[in-house]
Design a protein around this ligand. Structure first.
Ligand SMILES: [Mg+2]
Length: 399
């Protein structure tokens, strides 16, 4: 049934073009129209984190090592990252978006979603006005996509980068999406794209032609998402800043029916608890800056002793591969070999991902494998439930 009383949703996705490099150019007129490359620090060991469009013409792009960028562009302007400067521009952009709606979701340091449902102007006019205002006030160019939901808005942006505006209306779905490559869809990474391509599916139109049962049989629950994505269906709300959960810590505990003395099984339990906490962090877009371990020891027949230990993490973390080793060390340096009745692992000192995200992406080299492992584990959990990892850890422990 159609709800005639409710106006069609109008969601904008706005993404600043070549953000870090563009901020450097906007804040220093001498760098305008020049090939600017921003790199991790120190430069000699750094990786390119942003390249201006002038630099991209020479093949310089985010992710390549400094020395390679230098070889491609000997006369380029190479600058070390300046996080405080980028964050200050990021806040200036937010302040501008908030003039148009209080429903602003900071999706990353340079990307937002705006809920402009009910706007009195056509989206094309509104989008151009916002883009112009940003350029006038900050000197930055942004690309804006508008659609009936976050998914379509983000896809719209991708089609017109940089310095563009694209509006896709609900009535134009799924036709407007059909010719686009599946990889344009957020969530369809290289692995999924590869599986789809092996089946001859390279466009969203081809994906839309695959029956739901077939997608489910290959991808499980994820298949449903693919089915909806191909049609531009998405109901996620725009989450404004003040609606973010202000949780300070996030953890999991377990009690063993029979107290454990096997180091291998205890290690497995620590890993599983860390991984559950990490999964929840990622689901809530939070990062931990510390880890706390709770140990319940059976001292004798009558007495259970509970102690907690904690430690700061070297970098804000969201992966089990970062939490578990610290939790493991906290436990094994204290464990005297007495039977363990219960264990808890808690991620502490939580911060919002968007605040730390820029820093994370600046140092991809210190997150080996993190980008590959976590999405795979999360997919397994969504497909088989959280306990899949408990079962796997028990198998490893020889159960
Ligand atoms: Mg951007």
């Amino acid at each position: 049934m159609t709800d005639h009383a409710r106006p069609e949703r109008l969601i904008f996705h706005i993404d600043a073009d070549a953000f870090f490099a563009a901020v450097e150019q906007a804040s220093n007129p001498r760098l305008r129209n020049r090939p600017v490359v921003v790199c991790g620090f120190p430069l000699e060991h750094g990786v390119v984190t942003a390249a201006s469009y002038e630099a991209r013409k020479f093949g310089v792009k985010a992710g390549i090592p400094f020395f390679q960028a230098r070889a491609l562009l000997p006369h380029g302007v190479f600058l070390p990252v300046n996080i405080p400067k980028y964050l200050s521009y990021s806040l200036r952009l937010l302040a501008i978006y908030l003039r148009y709606t209080p429903l602003v979701e900071a999706y990353s340091v340079d990307e937002v979603f705006l809920d402009l449902t009910g706007a009195s102007e056509p989206p094309e006019v509104l989008g151009e006005r916002i883009r112009r205002r940003i350029f006038t006030e900050t000197g930055l160019t942004v690309t804006a996509g508008a659609g009936p939901n976050k998914l379509v808005a983000k896809i719209a942006t991708e089609t017109v980068k940089p310095n563009g505006l694209c509006v896709i209306r609900a009535s134009e779905l799924p036709g407007r999406l059909a010719p686009l490559p599946v990889s344009i869809c957020p969530g369809i990474g290289p692995k999924t794209a590869e599986v789809l391509q092996a089946a001859g599916i390279t466009t969203l139109g081809q994906l839309a032609a695959v029956p739901l049962v077939k997608l489910r049989s290959v991808f499980g629950l994820w298949g449903e998402k693919l089915y909806q994505a191909a049609r531009g269906i998405n109901n996620e709300p725009v989450l404004p800043l003040d609606r973010r959960p202000p949780e300070k810590s996030m953890g999991h505990e377990t009690t063993f029916p029979t107290p454990l003395t096997s180091a291998r099984r205890l290690e497995g339990a620590i890993w599983v608890l860390s991984s559950k906490a990490a999964f929840r962090l990622r689901e809530k877009k939070l990062l931990a800056t510390g880890v706390r371990v709770k140990i319940r020891t059976r001292v004798n027949e009558k007495k259970i002793e509970t102690r907690t230990f904690q430690r700061q993490l070297p970098v804000a973390a969201t992966c089990e591969t970062q939490l578990a080793p610290v939790a493991r060390e906290l436990f094994f340096t204290r464990w005297t070999g007495l039977p363990i009745k219960g264990l808890g692992v808690t991620a502490t000192g939580l911060i919002m991902e968007e605040a730390a995200r820029s820093q994370l992406s600046l140092f991809p080299e210190i997150y080996p494998g993190a980008d590959n492992l976590e999405p795979v584990l999360d997919r397994l959990r969504r497909k088989y439930g959280e306990d899949i990892l408990f079962r796997a850890a028990n198998l490893l422990a020889g159960e």
